[in-house]
Design a protein around this ligand. Structure first.
Ligand code: ADP
Ligand code: FBP
Length: 331
């Protein structure tokens, strides 16, 4: 299909590599003779018809830049059907032939609804540090977030060992344990608490103390690093730290990594992924594919329908789970 104009936006939690993806969409569109515009502030820009033209000069040097030049935002209004109709009208008014939505599962829910009322392609590109989208091996931003978490855990290890302290390190992920699980394995943490397997504070505390006890008996250094997904411990991490300190008699410190995990220059894996998925999104628009995610599956680009299967949270990698249990016991 001959396409003349493509629009792109970034929505939901920003992720390193979103800029690289905007660049890829722009350059791929230009290469097939299309103009490109970028809506600002996620779906807000679409509702307010607020956009900027994109060309090869605007996207120059974006590959390595963190954040998103289009800004990201949440947009509650977009959940209302009449606002989604308005968005479709705005796209029609300026003759857009296809829209690329770079975002997470929430943004994809919006994209799916927009597709239902607009007859040109809406394509999602998975951009979230959480890596929680079914149908794609990875999401743009995830590798960089893991890298940041791992570097921080390595540093925490140094000070934890110096004082032989327990550290509880809180990482992002909303309700998904990908960042926690794989950063914990990659940094050789001693324990990891995940939303997918969490039972109750009482049971988890017993498991932590049990492992801590074994570790402190068997290891030369008595430090202990616990990685936990944000918002998981009932009552907050101070509650966990107080219980741990009271039960073990060991000094406990808490570190919340927070939004640093969303920033920084994307690592090469995210740059490459963003470039592939952005380019493939434009191909899908050319093929008049509608309501699809431009995904990566077994290292190849794949068109995955934005349906109820895709919009459920991706299960954790079973092999990572297996080695978490085996390796963190050995340590
Ligand atoms: N059910 C929905 N219907 C329409 N739009 C939605 C829906 N869920 C989310 N969105 C849109 O996507 C935006 C981003 O969603 P959110 O869940 O916050 O982030 P993410 O896309 O990173 O998961 C929301 O602010 C809203 O504009
Ligand atoms: O920046 P906010 O609004 O505090 O959101 C924090 C959330 O965004 C994330 O960083 C990314 O999540 P999404 O990509 O689903 O928006 C989560 O890990 C975290 O829970």
């Amino acid at each position: 299909m001959a396409i003349k104009k493509i629009a792109v936006l970034t929505s939901g939690g920003d992720a390193p590599g979103m800029n690289a993806c905007i660049r890829a969409v722009c350059l791929a569109a230009i290469s097939v003779g299309a103009d490109v515009i970028g809506y600002k502030y996620g779906y807000n820009g679409l509702l307010k018809q607020e956009y900027i033209p994109l060309d090869q000069y605007v996207v120059r040097n974006l590959l390595q830049r963190g954040g998103t030049i289009l800004h990201s935002a949440r947009c509650e209004k977009f959940k209302h059907p009449e606002q989604i109709e308005l968005a479709a009208k705005h796209l029609e008014d300026i003759n857009v032939d296809g829209l690329v939505v770079i975002g997470g599962d929430g943004s994809f829910r919006g994209a799916k609804k927009l597709q239902a009322v607009w007859d040109k392609p809406v394509i999602g590109v998975p951009g979230t540090i959480d890596n929680d989208i079914t149908g794609t091996d990875y999401t743009v931003g995830y590798h960089t977030a893991i890298q940041t978490a791992v570097e921080s855990l390595d540093k925490v290890r140094d000070t934890a060992e110096a004082f032989e302290r327990i550290f509880v390190v809180d990482v992002m992920g909303r309700e998904a344990g990908y960042i926690a699980l794989n950063s914990a394995i990659s940094a050789g943490a001693d324990h990891v608490l995940l939303p997918e397997t969490f039972t109750s504070a009482a049971e988890e505390l017993v498991k932590i103390l049990d492992k801590l006890d074994k570790r402190r008996k068997n290891r030369a250094n008595k430090s202990h690093i616990i990685v936990i997904t944000e918002n998981l411990w009932p009552g907050g991490l101070n509650v966990l730290a107080d219980s741990l300190q009271a039960e073990s008699g060991v000094d406990v410190r808490i570190l919340t990594l927070g939004h640093v995990q969303r920033g920084g220059s994307p690592v090469w894996q995210d740059r490459l992924l963003a470039t592939k998925l952005g380019t493939y999104a434009v191909e899908l628009i050319q093929q008049n594919e509608k309501g699809m995610m431009s995904a990566i599956s077994h290292r190849l680009p794949a068109a995955i329908p934005l349906n109820d299967d895709t919009l459920t949270r991706k299960e954790l990698n079973t092999y990572s789970m297996k080695i978490r249990d085996e390796i963190t016991l050995l340590g």
